[in-house]
Design a protein around this ligand. Structure first.
Ligand SMILES: [Zn+2]
Ligand SMILES: [Zn+2]
Length: 212
């Protein structure tokens, strides 16, 4: 098993960080949150000779899950996650696409929903599933203890947190998810988030105005 690496492909008009997690040695990995621009995602996989074994979803918003079915068909792999509490969002993606004027969006039907405490993996890279509601009711975070890394989706951003004014949003639940589940993992945990640059939990614990 080689080192865990991550590459980001910005997708959709929301500049969402579609993330390719992969093993440096065998170049096998997963695609997290293919919200759209699937041609771009496929080209990135091809250009870097990466074999995607699965699609992992953090939550059911259009910029994260809107292109999942198209990518699933192109790659012939399963869609894993998010938590079942986001089913109502995943079933409503085509309506959202019409509302935002985004073409090619399809409702997302995961092959498997996830729950707190489960693990998902590729190669020998194991990720613990943390159910972190607040931004979306079924939002999950993928945490790799060995690599001190978490993919936090839209739960936490550098200097900010996820919005909670969308259907199923709950600000108190969001802050509790961050303070009770993410920050205790340690100051040295590096994260990638759904929009903008990633960072480290310690920096957010000390300076993020939503958490201090
Ligand atoms: Zn979102
Ligand atoms: Zn987003």
């Amino acid at each position: 098993m080689g080192q865990l690496n991550a590459g980001i492909v910005p997708v959709t008009p929301f500049q969402q960080n579609c993330t390719i997690l992969f093993d440096m040695d065998d170049k096998h990995g997963v695609v997290v949150d293919p919200g759209g621009d699937i041609d771009k995602v496929l080209a990135t996989l091809k250009d870097n000779a990466i074999t995607a074994e699965a699609i992992w979803i953090t939550h059911g918003h259009i910029d994260h899950a809107g292109g999942a079915m198209e990518l699933k068909e192109a790659l012939g792999v399963e869609i894993i996650g998010p938590h079942e509490a986001d089913k109502m969002l995943l079933d409503n993606l085509e309506n959202q696409g019409r509302r935002y004027g985004i073409g090619g969006v399809r409702n997302c039907v995961p092959d498997r929903f996830l729950t707190e405490g489960e693990t998902v993996s590729f190669g020998g890279h194991v990720f613990e599933v943390l159910h972190c509601p607040g931004h979306a009711p079924g939002h999950v975070v993928y945490y790799n203890r060995a690599a001190k890394f978490a993919h936090v989706g839209d739960v936490l951003f550098r200097g900010s947190v996820g919005r909670t004014d969308l259907p199923g949003g709950d600000h108190a639940a969001l802050i509790a998810s961050i303070k009770d589940k993410l920050l205790p993992l340690g100051d040295d945990i590096g994260f990638i988030c759904g929009h903008g640059p990633g960072g480290r939990f310690g920096e957010e614990r000390r300076t993020n105005p939503f958490l201090t």
